[in-house]
Ligand binder design. Structure first.
Ligand code: BGC
Length: 380
């Protein structure tokens, strides 16, 4: 028996039994199989990494404990043909070698903190700087590069995996011991729901997001410039050349950033000034509240797949893979080139901790941070 098959054969019945599922006399499962678990290798310091498979309805999500990364997301097209629609690697080595946050949970603070500095309760903090003079996506070793603890949780909505990480006081320069959780649930209606929570013992900024790179035709299908994007946001936060917000909030109307009616992503590239060309900006969402509300809808006319993003967050970073340069070879040997995928990262605005006009990202002891984002798939 091949090693991996043998391992699955050993682990699945154990996991299944622990989740309280039983088999009928005819051998059929009485309850649906919910989560499978596999070995996914070890980090450089020997920490084991696990892969979990969550299935429901027609959708399958694979998640690893390294970086709480979504490695695969299989969803049907208009004819019912299922394809993996996210960028990533077949093996842990690809993730360990370095990559631009494919599928990862990003924190303690997603996006940029100007000069890696901020003042909180009268004290100045200096963060690990990893993006020119700025700190990006949590610093040198953010939440995308640590091993999370996984546990299956009972959830009537579908198979649900909770990942927990305790970030120590001072880690990457951030104050306070912070316990963060990310729960992935695959629901019956072909949606991946992501619930985040965090508590701290000292005031700290926090901004968690997921950094999946989507290509609704599958990463081998080419670029995403023909995908049509609709955004509910009618405002954005202008930024300087290093993508640090100026602090203004401006209307998108009359700019190439206006996606309030569905438009092919590449249609107005000639009007953009960025180098490399493409979108990389934060939009201000109209809603933001307790229940996730529609922020974005992307339609791939080729496959018919549609992705809807719903969130409780006040902002969303739209990024078109401008820095993918053909040097990374991903799943199935596919080379990842510029604009081969897009990201829609639901979040608080970049550099919020230094921007008094922006919604606060400060979490205090006794409070609980929460955020929910849903990636829902349809096809027509
Ligand atoms: C940022 C980009 C960055 C990318 C990968 C995105 O969230 O907005 O500027 O290149 O992440 O690191």
């Amino acid at each position: 028996m091949p090693k991996r098959v043998a391992l699955i054969a050993m682990v699945v019945p154990l996991l299944w039994a622990s989740a309280g599922y039983s088999e009928g006399a005819d051998g059929d499962a009485k309850g649906p199989r919910r989560i499978d678990k596999m070995d996914f290798g070890k980090t450089a310091d020997g920490t084991p990494v696990e892969l979990y498979v969550l299935k429901n309805g027609k959708m399958t999500a694979k998640v690893i404990t390294y970086g709480a990364i979504i490695t695969e997301l299989h969803v049907p097209d208009a004819k019912g043909k299922t394809t993996d629609v996210v960028l990533g690697f077949d093996h842990l080595e690809g993730y360990l070698a370095g990559h631009p946050y494919f599928g990862a949970a990003v924190g303690r603070v997603a996006n940029r903190v100007a000069k890696g500095k901020f003042t909180l309760d009268g004290k100045e903090y200096s963060l690990a700087v990893n993006n020119g003079a700025n700190s990006l996506h949590g610093g040198l070793k953010g939440f995308d590069k640590v091993v999370w603890k996984a546990e299956e949780v009972a959830n009537p909505a579908g198979p649900s995996l909770k990942l927990t990480y305790v970030s120590k006081d001072g880690e990457e320069g951030y104050p306070g011991n912070l316990t963060a959780t990310v729960t992935y649930t695959v629901t019956e209606d072909d949606a991946l729901r992501i619930d985040y929570s965090a508590t701290t013992d000292k005031a700290t900024p926090i901004n968690l997001t997921n950094h999946s790179y989507f290509n609704l035709g599958g990463p081998a299908s080419g670029n995403i410039l023909g995908h049509e994007l609709f955004l509910t946001a009618d405002k954005y936060t202008p930024a300087d050349a290093n993508l640090i917000p100026t602090g203004e909030i401006k209307p998108v109307q009359g700019t190439p950033f206006d996606f309030t009616s569905s438009t092919p992503i590449g249609a107005r590239f000639s009007q953009l000034k960025d180098d490399p060309i493409g979108y990389d900006l934060n939009y201000v969402l109209p809603a933001g509240g307790k229940e996730p509300t529609l922020a974005a809808r992307v339609h791939d006319p080729e496959s018919g797949r549609i992705l809807e993003v719903l969130t409780t967050e006040p902002g969303i970073q739209f990024y078109t893979g401008n820095f993918l340069d053909g040097t990374l070879k991903g799943k199935g040997g596919v080379v990842y080139k510029k604009h081969q995928a897009f990201c829609l990262e639901a979040q608080h605005f970049p550099d919020s901790i230094n921007q008094p006009n922006f919604p606060s990202t400060v979490l205090k002891p006794g409070e609980t941070y929460t955020q929910t984002t849903v990636y829902r798939f349809l096809a027509r």
